[in-house]
Ligand binder design. Structure first.
Ligand code: FE2
Ligand code: FE2
Length: 379
């Protein structure tokens, strides 16, 4: 029996995976196809975001069911690695398959990037003896597959799973990366931040929701530029205004009920209750959205009044909030551009801008904002 083995994290399975599998089936013409989601890929430093069970379901919808009928009939999603609850090396899986069918042929298929790492896989000599090796190339693939790999004809869509997950979290259109059926399953299960996004969409007014997406996208871009973790910046951006679902009196009541520690809390509630929303957002991030990351919570809490000290992530969110694409103040584009070159300078400009705006309106200025400015002016 000729078996095509298609392994990967599939976190989630995307158009590149589906196209490679379809082309490999046409080329290899196997008697059976095993799609084998890994519990955790041995060479990857990060654990998959979706659970093994979720990825099995996604592989079903996104890969198996997308095959042409004659291949689909011979295919199944194989759960042996996903259910193992430990890293399983490819050599273990292939050896097991060989034992089950000693006379059979095994054909292992992977992308060009994975093929390039083959020398670092466990027991490469044995692997080579166990199976025939196939790779599919994509535009921009790094590294070359070892010479004994056969190439699956065609070029496959260039999809980075990391970028795909970021796009899903930010609510960007991912239809060029993801098959519609896979996207529907992801949404149905609320995976990759889609449940969080739906919750925000249903609790915030539409303008506030758009602002939220803009802030998260800018925080993501600034974080990449300044070597801050982009995933944490996106999360902080998405949740920073979660508390804006409430009116001013509701914010004041919330702060009182939960005993939140707001500097000059009573005065703030009386003079400028909207400022309370940052503290309420932090509380919602923790309680409703399950955020445990102290750095993310800090950025959310400090995005309006600041605080001491301000981490790089705190500043990224503060600046992203002040300069998001929906902001209309006259300097916004200049400060946004500056933020990519000099985050500290942009941060100082944003604080100065808030003060100037409050002075122009003869508004009450929160003492924390004045403290924030004085700390900057001392430098
Ligand atoms: Fe805010
Ligand atoms: Fe905001």
């Amino acid at each position: 029996m000729r078996t095509l083995v298609f392994g990967g994290s599939f976190d989630p399975p995307h158009r590149g995976h589906a196209a490679l599998l379809a082309a490999a089936a046409e080329k290899i013409r196997p008697d059976r196809i095993l799609i084998v989601p890994a519990y955790r890929a041995p060479l990857k430093s990060h654990a998959p975001l979706a659970t093994a069970k979720e990825r099995l379901a996604l592989a079903h919808v996104g890969l198996l069911e997308r095959l042409a009928p004659r291949w689909r009939r011979r295919a199944r999603v194989d759960a042996r690695e996903a259910r193992a609850r430990r890293r399983v090396f490819t050599v273990e899986t292939l050896a097991e398959l060989k034992t089950q069918d000693p006379a059979g042929e095994l054909h292992f298929v992977c992308g060009a990037d994975a093929a390039a790492t083959f020398p670092r896989w466990k027991d490469p000599a044995r692997l080579r003896a166990l199976a025939s090796w196939w790779y599919g190339t994509r535009p921009g693939a790094v590294g070359a597959a070892p010479a004994f790999f056969h190439r699956v004809p065609g070029r496959f869509p260039d999809v980075s799973s990391t970028e795909l997950r970021a796009a899903l979290e930010l609510g960007h259109d991912a239809s060029d990366l993801l098959l519609p059926q896979t996207y529907a399953e992801i949404q149905r299960r609320g995976l990759y931040g889609t449940a969080r996004l739906e919750r925000l969409r249903s609790t915030l007014k539409s303008g506030r929701f758009v602002h939220t997406l803009n802030v998260a996208a800018l925080a993501d871009a600034l974080a990449r530029r300044h070597n801050v973790d982009a995933g944490r910046a996106r999360l902080a951006g998405l949740l920073h205004d979660a508390g804006r679902r409430f009116s001013s009196p509701q914010l004041a009541a919330y702060v009182r009920r939960r005993g939140l520690n707001v500097p000059r809390g009573a005065q703030t509630a009386a003079r400028a209750p909207l400022l309370l929303h940052a503290y309420v957002s932090e509380d919602l991030a923790r309680r409703e959205f399950g955020v445990r990351d102290a750095g993310v919570l800090s950025a959310v809490r400090k995005h309006t009044l600041g605080g001491a000290p301000m981490s790089a992530l705190d500043k990224v969110l503060y600046v992203a909030d002040a300069c998001s694409a929906d902001r209309r103040h006259p300097d916004v584009e200049r400060i946004r551009a500056l933020a990519f070159d000099d985050l500290d300078a942009a941060f100082a400009r944003c604080v100065a801008g808030k003060l100037a705006h409050a002075l122009a309106r003869r508004a009450w200025i929160h003492p924390a904002t004045i403290d924030l400015w004085n700390r900057l002016a001392q430098r």
